[in-house]
Design a protein around this ligand. Structure first.
Ligand code: GUN
Length: 298
């Protein structure tokens, strides 16, 4: 008998972790905090989003972020540049937003067109307005366990782990993917002390050998590898909690990194795509924007 398919003692159908609902609750709480902040300071938190080119997925993400800002009482402005924009033009826009005292957070939507040096642009965003937490100074603070801004997607995942009652401390978490946006900061947050942390963390990536042997040892498996349905049921330990960060477009549909149907039959809890991690990223961006506004008045 194949041990991997032995689900005795585990629920056969995973609990669905509803990121949309958790994010909606966080956004309501945030709206209350924003209102109190405005009343105390007469300052309205303001997020400036920069969108370069006409990538439809990026346009949708930015629109969702702006809508979420408005609902939370955060001012949002959109700066749209053509796909042919030069590095210098984009740098001067970033500089203008850095210097604008009315702007508290700056978000440059990724990816950027080929002619743009992405690192140079992200480094140019002044660290006090870097609500994505991409700037080396902010990454350094995260590494040292004293974050100024939380990396949005990893912090959103921590909130989902807390909300779903998942025991993280002492657990073995396997992070699939080592990107600067998700995999790397996710591993950093989970290995630190604090809520939804204190984990034993393994980071796997495209060069990892015997990948499935490692993922099968995960109590919590976080898939951020950018490949549709990459995680199959044979890669998951029965009863594991599975977090799917994938946003792959297949035939116009959003598909996660996890083969949801079969894996939901073996995991104890799982996030859907869409409606899992995505809405949490936006909620955390709003939190960082309020943090940035608070920093500006201190
Ligand atoms: N593109 C995909 N994810 C993100 C994100 O979290 N922030 C920004 N700025 N761009 C992205």
């Amino acid at each position: 008998m194949d041990d991997l398919n032995d689900t005795k003692g585990f629920p056969l159908t995973a609990k669905i972790i509803d990121g949309k609902a958790v994010a909606a609750r966080l956004r309501e709480e945030l709206a209350t905090e924003v209102a109190a902040f405005i009343q105390q300071t007469s300052v309205t938190p303001h997020l400036a989003a920069v969108l370069v080119g006409a990538d439809p997925a990026s346009a949708i993400y930015v629109r969702n972020k702006q809508r979420a800002c408005e609902k939370a009482g955060i001012k949002s402005t959109l700066h749209k540049l053509s796909a042919e924009t030069t590095q210098d033009a984009l740098l001067s826009l970033v500089q203008r937003l850095n210097d604008d005292a009315d702007v508290h957070g700056i978000l440059v939507q990724l990816p950027l067109p080929k002619q743009i040096d992405e690192t140079a642009i992200l480094d140019a965003v002044v660290s006090a307005k870097d609500v994505d937490a991409f700037h080396p100074a902010n990454v350094g603070l995260i590494v040292q366990g004293r974050p100024r801004f939380l990396p949005c997607t990893p912090a959103g995942i921590q909130q989902l782990l807390i909300d779903s009652g998942t025991i993280v401390a002492g657990s073995h978490v396997v992070v699939l993917g080592r990107s600067e946006i998700v995999g790397k900061p996710m591993a950093l947050l989970l290995m630190q002390k604090g809520p939804a942390a204190n984990a034993t963390v393994t980071v796997c990536h495209s060069r990892t050998q015997n990948l499935a042997d490692i993922t099968r040892t995960a109590d919590i498996l976080i898939a951020a590898i950018g490949s549709a349905k990459f995680v199959t049921a044979d890669m998951v330990k029965p009863g594991a909690v599975v977090i799917d960060v994938g946003t792959n477009r297949v035939d116009e549909k959003l598909v996660g990194d996890v083969d949801f149907g079969p894996v939901s039959g073996i995991a104890s809890a799982i996030t859907p795509v869409p409606g899992g991690v995505g809405p949490m990223t936006i909620a955390m961006l709003l939190r960082n924007t309020l943090t940035a506004a608070r920093l500006s008045v201190h």
